[in-house]
Design a protein. Structure first.
Length: 455
């Protein structure tokens, strides 16, 4: 027997449905996560009651009923601030667009409902009355084996709804599960069907996949699937880097770098694309001793252009696009471990982004990930340098050192009092800022006025 702690409000909803003569069970992801020992984010239930019967059973409770998907049998019940989706047992009709059923048919048997679901680990219901699970496809055993396996024939499941391919990769990445052999083969074979999925849904799944703990394995084993939704990645596959600073080809370097950054979508996307421009920028030099070395001049610019195009196609938000492009464009910039160099970089980032220190830290995160995926003999020294850069940035931030025009000891009015006007005022202030950051001038009024008089 498997006991699951069902939320009190959902238990009340199920109890009311059962008193009205219907069957109702928690189902899907909430059961999966509970069996794994986790805390489900959302709780859903399936019932033999039709939507109108669900609404009748809830009358007098004070719960709010929202007809979120009445055509497909789903109503949402708001019970004291918590939302629960209640869906009538159903089977799906044909899937002419490889995405959504053309029709649904309501049924009375929970097993029929479970048979239409994507993976065995989601095709499980919980019988609250008997403290047992309803598991016709062996999903509980697959959870124990950390296995993603289709409920039924993989070809049919993915042909019905090709988004399930990305959902499977998400479970593998986020849960750390392995994908069963037949399921994996069907994913690779039917990946071109992902063209039928909306950009927004692809993007939503990609972000979750990239932020999973097992992303390195998923990128390595399912690169062809990724190429179907992000064709910009394909030129990196097996592209050599005959260079003393690298020990991997471009794609292998990338799949080492992605999990090395913090699991935040902008950083993971930036890591995924940071070297995507290398194949287009490749040149090979023959040295005097006859050996050859690969160069990738300007690859950061091309990589930034590639992610800009990809995120535009995926309808990503502007904030994500701006940050990812910036990180990629500057991931190879040298930041010397000196206060002057760090101060200048912080100043430049602060001029472009509202929270300059946050963006600075993200840039260092990406640079560290990039270094960690390079040749072993260069990692130690470069990581030590970057850690020193972070230490200096902490000191600069703690001391509230001058990083922008507004931090100067003089204002625009002071500059105008010295005889400047119009655009010259801004130009003078920017020259003063650069001089203060470069430690040519102290940030006090007298020193700055003396400097301005010399301009």
């Amino acid at each position: 027997m498997a006991r699951i702690n069902v939320p009190e409000r959902l238990s009340e909803i199920i109890s009311r449905l059962e008193k009205a003569g219907h069957k109702a069970y928690p189902v899907g992801g909430c059961v999966r996560d509970s069996l794994r020992g986790g805390a489900p984010k959302d709780w859903d239930a399936a019932t033999s009651a039709l939507p109108e019967e669900v609404k009748d059973a809830m009358s007098g409770t004070g719960f709010k009923i929202i007809e979120t998907g009445i055509k497909h049998g789903t109503v949402t019940i708001l019970a004291r601030g918590e939302a629960y989706e209640i869906t009538t047992f159903r089977v799906d009709g044909g899937y002419s667009d490889n995405r959504r059923p053309d029709s649904v048919e309501f049924v009375a048997d929970i097993n029929e409902d479970l048979s239409r679901r994507d993976f065995t680990i989601n095709a499980i219901a919980y019988d609250c009355e008997n403290d047992g699970i309803i598991d016709p496809f062996g999903g509980a055993a697959d959870i124990g084996r950390c296995l993603v396996r289709c409920a039924g024939e993989p070809e049919q499941r993915f042909s019905e709804d090709s988004l399930r391919i990305l959902r499977g990769l998400r479970f593998a990445s986020v849960l750390g599960f392995e994908i069963e052999e037949k399921t994996a083969a069907a994913m690779r074979r039917l990946a071109p069907l992902l063209k039928n999925v909306s950009s927004e849904r692809v993007y939503a799944e990609l972000k979750m996949i990239l932020c999973g703990e097992n992303i390195e394995t998923v990128l390595r084993e399912y690169r062809g699937v990724f190429a179907c939704v992000l064709p910009e990645l394909e030129p990196m596959f097996d592209f050599p880097q005959q260079n003393p600073y690298h020990c991997y080809d471009v794609w292998e370097h990338t799949i080492h770098a992605v999990p090395a950054v913090s699991p935040e979508p902008v950083l993971r996307l930036a890591a995924l694309f940071h070297d995507s421009g290398k194949p287009a920028c490749h040149t090979r030099e023959t040295l005097a001793d006859g050996s050859r070395i690969d160069h990738f001049y300007n690859h950061a610019t091309v990589s930034a252009e590639l992610i800009a195009g990809a995120l535009e196609r995926l309808k990503a938000d502007n904030r994500t696009k701006e940050r990812a492009e910036y990180l990629i464009l500057h991931h190879g910039d040298m930041i010397s471990p000196t206060k002057k160099s760090v101060r200048r970089r912080l100043s430049r980032i602060s001029a472009e982004f509202e929270n300059g220190r946050e963006m600075f830290d993200m840039l260092i995160d990406l640079k560290l990930a990039d270094v960690s995926a390079q040749a072993e003999h260069v990692r130690g020294g470069r990581k030590a340098e970057l850690r020193e850069v972070v230490k200096l940035a902490d000191e600069i931030t703690a001391e509230s050192e001058c990083l922008s025009v507004k931090d100067l000891a003089v204002s625009g009015y002071d500059v105008m009092d010295m005889g400047f006007s119009g655009p010259d005022v801004g130009r003078v202030l920017n020259l003063v800022l650069e001089a203060v950051i470069s430690e040519e001038v102290a940030n006090d009024s007298d020193s700055i006025r003396e400097y301005i008089n010399k301009l």
